[in-house]
Write a protein that binds this ligand. Structure first.
Ligand code: FAD
Length: 411
C-alpha cells in the first residue's frame, strides 16, 4: 500500500515580552506576506506596510514548485490552498514548431520529495491565502502606507520608518520586501540602484477555457492539465491551466521593444503580439486569436547585494528587492517565500531583543540565502540564452541534452 506523506504545519511559538520583537515588513506582496507568516509563527509581532490602496495582486498565473509548496505547508496553508491549486500532470518542452523534445512527470518528480507538490495558482488566490493566513496569525496590515525613509536609531536597537504621510513608526526589526523597484534597497545602499533590464519582455494573457473547449485541439490543454514550454529563436512561450480548468494562463517572452525610459508595464498591441508567433506551432496562433487585449511587462533582474542587512541588526531585506530573477525557472516568488521561511526560522531562535541576537539571526539568514538566490538569478540568465537559441547545431545539442530527462510511458 502506498504511504501517504504529509508535511506538518508549525506551531506558533509563545514567547515573553523580553524576547518578542516588533517587526515591520514593508510590502504586502507574496514575499512580504510570507515573511509576516513565518515571523509570526516565530512568536513575534508583525505590522505590514503596503503602499497600494488595497491588498490585491496583479498578473495571471504562478507556478509553485516542490520547494515552495513545502514552505507553504509548514505555514499551515495546505487546506486553504488546495481549494485553488491545479496539479499539472507533466512538463512538456517543445520546439517552436510544436515538436516534443522531452517531458517530465511532475507527480513522479514530486514523489522524490515526499509530501510536496507542483501547484499552479491564479496569483490573486495565492496572495489572498497568504494575506488571510497572516491576519489569522495576528498580523496588522496597513494599506496606503508608502515608506519614504528609514533611520537607524543611535542605540542601534531599532529603526524608525517615515511614511509619505509624515507618520513615523518605530520597530525592533525592519524587513524590506518592497519588490523589484525597491526604495528600501536604495536607502540601505545609500545610492540609486535601478534594476537591470534583460532585453526581454513578457506578454501575460488569461484566456477563458469556455472558448478553448469549442476547439478539440485546444480543449486537450484544459482537460489534461500540463505545463508546456515552446522554445524558439529569440522567444519562448509558456502555458498552463488555472483553477482546475476555469482559466488558461499564457506567457509570451520576446525581445523588449518598450521605450527605455518609459513605464515598465504598458498595454500591448494584440496584432503585434500575434505577428511574433504566426509561424509557431499552429496551436499558439489559435490560442492568441482568443485574446482581445494584453499587457506587456519589461523583464528586469537584480544581481544581489554585498550585504542584505544593516550592520546594526535592525534592518534586512528579502525577495525581488534583493534578487529579482528572470521568470524562466518559475522561481522568483519561490525564492521570496524561502527567504521568509529562513528569516522566520532564524528569528525563532533569538533569546532576547539585543542587537547581538538580531545580528546573529540576520547573519545566519543571509548566509543561508545568498548563494542559493544568486545561483537562481544566474541560472535564469542561462535559461534565457538556452530557450532562445536560433535553429542550428547549438539548438540541436540543447535538445539532445534535454532528452536525457526520461519521457514518461505513453509519449
Ligand atoms: P512584489 O510582489 O513586487 O511585492 C512588493 C510589494 O511592496 C508590492 O505590494 C508593492 O506595492 C509594495 N511596495 C513597494 N514599494 C513600497 C513602499 N515604498 N512602501 C510600502 N510598500 C511598497 N515566480 C514564481 O515563483 N513562479 C512563477 O511561475 C513566476 N512567474 C512569473 C511570471 C512573470 C511574467 C513574472 C514577471 C514573474 C514571475 N515570477 C514567478 C516572479 C514573482 O512574480 C516575483 O518574484 C514575486 O512576486 C516577488 O515578490 P515580492 O514580494 O518580492 O515583490
Amino acid at each position: 500500500m502506498a504511504t501517504e506523506y504529509s508535511i506538518s504545519a508549525k506551531e506558533k511559538i509563545v514567547r515573553g515580552e523580553e524576547s518578542k520583537l516588533k517587526v515591520v515588513v514593508v510590502g504586502a506582496g507574496l514575499g512580504g506576506l510570507g515573511a509576516a507568516i513565518s515571523i509570526l509563527l516565530a512568536g513575534h509581532d508583525v505590522l505590514v506596510l503596503e503602499s497600494a490602496s488595497e491588498i490585491a495582486e496583479v498578473g495571471a498565473g504562478i507556478q509553485v514548485l516542490p520547494n515552495s509548496s513545502r514552505v507553504l505547508q509548514t505555514w499551515g496553508m495546505k487546506p486553504m490552498l488546495s481549494r485553488y491549486a491545479t496539479r499539472p500532470k507533466q512538463l512538456n518542452m517543445l520546439g517552436w514548431k510544436g515538436n516534443l523534445i522531452s517531458s517530465m512527470d511532475f507527480h513522479a518528480s514530486a514523489a522524490q520529495y515526499p509530501g510536496t507538490f507542483y501547484w499552479d495558482f491564479h496569483r490573486a488566490n495565492l496572495h489572498k491565502c497568504l494575506y488571510d493566513r497572516a491576519v489569522e496569525l495576528g498580523a496588522e496590515v496597513r494599506c496606503n502606507a508608502r515608506v519614504q525613509d528609514v533611520r537607524i536609531e543611535d542605540d542601534g536597537l531599532s529603526a524608525s520608518v517615515t511614511l509619505y504621510s509624515g507618520e513615523v513608526l518605530q520597530t525592533d526589526l525592519l524587513v524590506g520586501a518592497d519588490g523589484i523597484n525597491s526604495k528600501l534597497r536604495e536607502l540601505l545602499l545609500g545610492y540609486p540602484d535601478p534594476p537591470t533590464p534583460t532585453g526581454d519582455l513578457a506578454y501575460r494573457l488569461l484566456l477563458s477555457t469556455k472558448d478553448m473547449m469549442k476547439d478539440p485541439e485546444l480543449a486537450s490543454f484544459v482537460t489534461d492539465p500540463q505545463v508546456n514550454y515552446w522554445m524558439g529563436p529569440a522567444a519562448h512561450a509558456v502555458n498552463y491551466v488555472l483553477r482546475g480548468g476555469e482559466l488558461f494562463n499564457m506567457v509570451l517572452l520576446v525581445p523588449d521593444d518598450m521605450p527605455a525610459d518609459g513605464a515598465s508595464t504598458l498595454e500591448g498591441n494584440v496584432e503585434e503580439m500575434r505577428a511574433l508567433y504566426k509561424d509557431w506551432d499552429p496551436r499558439i496562433p489559435k490560442l492568441l486569436s482568443l485574446c482581445e487585449s494584453v499587457y506587456k511587462w519589461r523583464l528586469c533582474i537584480r544581481q544581489g547585494m554585498d550585504s542584505w542587512s544593516h550592520p546594526s541588526g535592525a534592518w534586512t531585506m528579502l525577495g525581488d528587492a534583493v534578487h529579482a530573477t528572470l521568470p524562466y525557472l518559475a522561481s522568483g516568488a519561490g525564492m521570496a517565500l524561502e527567504d521568509g521561511a529562513v528569516l522566520g526560522e532564524c528569528l525563532s531562535r533569538i533569546k532576547d531583543k539585543s542587537a547581538a541576537e538580531k545580528k546573529l539571526a540576520l547573519r545566519v539568514y543571509e548566509q543561508c540565502r545568498k548563494g542559493r538566490t544568486e545561483m537562481v538569478v544566474n541560472r535564469g540568465n542561462l535559461q534565457q540564452y538556452l530557450y532562445h537559441l536560433d535553429d542550428g547545431p547549438e539548438q540541436e545539442e540543447r535538445d539532445r541534452k534535454m532528452r536525457v530527462v526520461p519521457t514518461p510511458p505513453g509519449e
